[in-house]
Ligand binder design. Structure first.
Ligand SMILES: [Zn+2]
Length: 341
């Protein structure tokens, strides 16, 4: 949507109301142990040459769609026809505390698991998440291709995050869904799993590695599960560990229609809250295109000290706006330029 400049005059909105959480928590008790000695990690080896492919879920404990997808892959008995397949339920300790009435509380136990992918932090082992990252690290390090499944604080269209590497962008195009591809450099406060080790290298050094992070929609929306399942099918097919016929036979109904078009959203920078008082001027849900540079989209700070947050260029896209985690230092929205993928 396009917003008129007169929104600059509007007062900041109040704190957002909670969204209904309609996606039930999956029962993964039967799959919790894994078969590798690392809790929650399953590894299957075809015995034949091929890519080492990994799909991960529950890096954030309240992001259930990926857990549903992994449970579905395990229940269907999906095995690689070539190469290897690793399936990982990541932050089980946080997931154990999941409560739909207070789901954000189960995002992590001590700190964000998706910022701990730095060898020094994992070696420090001084928080539950750093210890868990260290336990998962061998599986992440051995993988050639990684799909890390997440969901979002707010309702919104799915987003596939490729990082800065063109090889991941090409994979997103080959997958032909979702519609919106986010080209981004990650976060200042740590390193994501999808940027760890070989995955973070530029194309000249990254070899055959690929890593994608998919945001499947709002955490509590049952549609996020369907998106996660669809992304698994597309990713596994492109990886070559299973062919399209085998996937269609073993996972009937998982593949959704291709996106009508795909956009690359090149993230140019974050808006970082200076306090928990950050407010947007409108109930943005993401992917709004703000026509005019200089449009006020939010307020940083409180009362008379609040400073306006403005768009830096024309046709600026808002990526994943949310104030639910807002406090000093937390990214509340990212700005992006849009072009056809
Ligand atoms: Zn997440």
């Amino acid at each position: 949507m396009s917003l008129a400049p007169d929104m600059n005059a509007r007062a900041p909105l109040a704190a957002p109301a909670p969204l209904a959480f309609d996606l039930p928590a999956p029962d993964i008790a039967a799959w919790r142990a894994g078969n590798t000695g690392t809790e929650g990690v399953w590894h299957f080896d075809s015995g034949l040459p091929g890519r080492r492919v990994m799909v991960s879920a529950l890096v954030h404990g309240n992001e259930l769609c990926g857990a549903w997808a992994l449970k579905g892959l395990l229940e269907a008995g999906v095995r690689p026809a070539s190469g290897t397949l690793t399936l990982a339920f990541c932050n089980l300790q946080a997931f154990d505390r999941f409560d739909p009435a207070d789901h954000d509380a189960s995002r992590f136990t001590e700190e964000d698991l998706n910022r701990q992918w730095i060898d020094e932090r994992m070696a420090a082992a001084d928080t539950a998440e750093r210890r868990r990252a260290a336990a998962l690290r061998p599986w992440v390090a051995q993988a050639d291709w990684l799909l890390d499944i997440h969901s979002m604080h707010e309702r919104g269209a799915p987003l596939l995050l490729t990082g800065m590497q063109p090889r991941n962008r090409a994979l997103a195009k080959a997958m032909a869904a979702p519609e919106h591809i986010v080209v981004d450099a990650g976060h200042k406060d740590g390193v994501r799993m999808r940027d760890y080790g070989r995955f973070g290298l530029p194309d000249a050094d990254g070899g055959d590695t690929r890593s994608l992070l998919v945001e499947c929609g709002f955490h509590g929306d049952p549609a996020s599960r369907a998106v996660a399942q669809d992304q698994c099918v597309r990713f596994l097919e492109q990886s070559g560990v299973l062919n399209a016929d085998a996937l269609a036979r073993q996972l009937p109904g998982w593949r959704l229609p291709d996106a009508p078009r795909q956009w690359a959203l090149e993230v140019t920078g974050p808006v970082v809250a200076t306090s928990s008082a950050f407010r947007f001027t409108e109930p943005f849900t993401g992917l709004e295109v703000i026509a005019q540079a200089g449009t006020v989209i939010g307020w940083n700070g409180d009362g008379s000290d609040a400073t306006p947050v403005t768009t830096p260029y024309d046709d600026c896209v808002l990526v994943m706006p949310s104030v639910r985690q807002a406090r000093a230092g937390v990214t509340v929205v990212r700005f992006a330029r849009r072009q056809p993928l």
